[in-house]
Design a protein around this ligand. Sequence first.
Ligand code: 13P
Length: 268
Amino acid sequence: MTRPAGSSKGSPAPEGERTYLLGGNWKANGTLASVRALIAEFNAAGPIPANAEVVIGAPFIHIPECLSTLRSDIEIAAQNCSLTGMGAYTGETCASQLRDMGVTWVILGHSERREGFGMAGEDSELVAKKTKLAIDEGLKVMFCIGEKKEERENGTTMDVCASQMKPLADILSKEDWAKVSIAYEPVWAIGTGLTATPEMAQDTHSSIRQWVSDNVGADVAAAVRIQYGGSMNGANAAGLLAMADIDGGLIGGSSLKMDFFTCINSVP
Ligand code: 13P
């Protein structure tokens, strides 16, 4: 089966400006039937702004369906990959296998995986190692960071974000950073309907960019995209995306419906 082509509107980001990155994170949602219905809606949704790149993070089992039927101007991400290459690692899926299938992105370090939902969670060292491995295998990475409610309240938001980024800065080469987008997802805003205000999000995004400038390089900081995630939807996307350091979104609940296209069409 060939993927339908999709179509674009408007102009690409001018030279030197960042292309918006809109990621949908379907998490562990959907049946084959619901995924097929959503893909049909997305395929019929009209043009995507030329200054936006769109990626869907599908559950592993739904990736083949996306790869064969979702419009080809939406790239496909996995929501995790293993810390190993191919081999005797029961239950794992490795970056080279994803690449082999035609997957181009992977979401790593999501707060739900860091937390572990009852199993051992992933720490920042592990997430950094997975990111390096994924990049070495040819994938691009949405690297998730973000503080919890009590950390926001006690004023340690940037300490938390810095501690999550430090192992990554230690392990990546400057060239590797071209394959990374930072997804800032305040944990208190995920799935709660509590979105950071555009000003609050901009403030943190700007601090994250400054941290990258100080710890990796000004050129990397100017180029790296920083997505906002946490209850982004069609009603609040335009306000968030209008901010200078907000280069896109990582969208959970709203990416499971046509509201995702309202977010996509909200890029300035
Ligand atoms: P919600 O958009 O459902 O809050 O989820 C955000 C998220 O976790 C994306 O990775």
